[in-house]
Design a protein around this ligand. Sequence first.
Ligand SMILES: Nc1ncnc2c1ncn2[C@@H]1O[C@H](COP(=O)(O)OP(=O)(O)OP(=O)(O)O)[C@@H](O)[C@H]1O
Length: 566
Amino acid sequence: MRVLLGRAGRLARIAASGPGAWKGWILYLAVLGLSFVGVWVSVRLIAWNKAFYDALGAMDAGAALRQVGVFFALVSLSAASWLAGDWLRKRLLILWRARLTSRALDLWLDGRGYWLLRPGFSAQAVENPDQRVAEDCRLYVQNLLTLTLDLVSEIVGLVSYIAVLWSVSTFALSLGGLGLDAEIPRYMFWLAPVYVLIASLVTHLLGRPLNRTYFEREKVEADFRHALVQLRDRADIVAQAGGERAERHRLDRRFAAVAGNWRRVMRRELVLGLFERPYFQTVLRLPTFFALPMYFAGAVTLGGLMQVASAFSSVTTTLSWFIFKYKQLAEFVAVCERLDGLMQAAGHPAPDPDVPQAIRTETGGGRGLDVSGLHLATPGGTWLEPVPDLSLASGQTMLVVGASGQGKTTFLSALAGLWPFGTGTIRRPAVAPVVLPAGAPVLGECLLSAACYPARPETLERARVLAVIERIGLGHRLQGAGLAGLSMGERQRLGLARAVLNRPDWLLMDEATSALDPASEADLLAWLRAELAGTTLVVVAHRPPVGLSVDQVITLGLPDLERTLA
Ligand SMILES: Nc1ncnc2c1ncn2[C@@H]1O[C@H](COP(=O)(O)OP(=O)(O)OP(=O)(O)O)[C@@H](O)[C@H]1O
């Protein structure tokens, strides 16, 4: 319980604090105030019960008609306050959800959690972060509002209903029928909490396994959705490989986990429902039966009986909050665990502590690079071949070669400050480099944003951006098709445009021109070098790029076979 309150409290602090937090609190208090109006109407309806049924018992048509009018007035007030409360509650929901989402995104992106906390990279990898940010933020705020607002108004309601029940259940229950010479004064009043306490304990025992099952449900649903997104993203590869059956098998396996979890949820909800459902249906009827002995003994009128039954069921229904909300509480517990887990992990993203992470990075004033004693390891702790010590002056070009799998890409990651595993020292420019990764992935939503990434197109001079796109030979793609179907060579051209438009102090290129024909490669690299004359260049390639003069070559691990033969 303490752990849950800790998690829920940490998340609530994020949602309800910060600049302009007062707006949220005003909305919260307004919703709370409106829910009190609802409580007042319910209390008033208990008194209405007596007045109406007594009027019926006395065959007083005028009084009964007046009570019909009172009834409609009360119901209208209740409906109006409910609708207003619901509207304000929805506004509050989006306000607090936006804060929580923004904080989650800050932590996830700024601390590089999205990179460091990937499965296979970190011992505390965060699974399905997309679902946690997109859905859990919404579910958390939704449940927080429903549960806390309900709880407060239930507590206020409870005090009012208890007062009413105390005042109307004046009669005692004689235990003479059981052979005892005793009686329980105000027995209807004492019966209510005992009845609910026993029911709550039973509910908790039957419903406890639901927490874990709900937690699993979110995970398996997210895994299934993610598998479908992967199929969409890799549509061309799957189609070329004729991988439909393999994909179907993968999706079936993920869905089998969803179905398995669903069956477990069904079983557990059935067990809980076997108790909860009959309880729900009897809680409103039983009070009348409990009060019948007094009615037949002539201690109360028909109106009095209805009033005491109504007060009793109001008290028991309010006290039964825990029972009726059990499933929602279980879901809330699961959401708090997932969302707080993401926030905590992203706040201190730590890769596997058992693998050495002793790479010292110094940022020098210039654009040069110095590497000494650098020895890199994989996230699993396997050492790669040591990187030769090197010194690259500002504006120079270095070619990195080596057979496949020797650590060239890993070396670039380490230079960029993204690879924590290993030992040694790197002195590098202060500002982050532009990295053109192997495979030439394209980031951005249209050609303009992809060419400028990570700069936003509106921050650069539009005529220049268009001229660069023309220069790399993609002017014809400015209209229409967006980024769909760009060839590997075209994506690599876009990468070169990114480098030119972002004008980095240093540029890391991983097989960034491998798909270009030699003439285009020579032309574009000469253009890139002229545009970025002062930029320090580190180029990973299995064959020296055509048209780029290289100042230094280093070989990582085993050399390329081609170079060995040469
Ligand atoms: N996230 C990771 N988890 C486990 N092993 C990794 C990871 N990243 C890289 N490795 C391993 O580290 C080694 C070096 O990989 P790297 O990609 O740096 O090689 P490379 O020299 O760039 O290869 P290629 O020329 O084929 O692109 C490989 O054995 C690779 O499997």
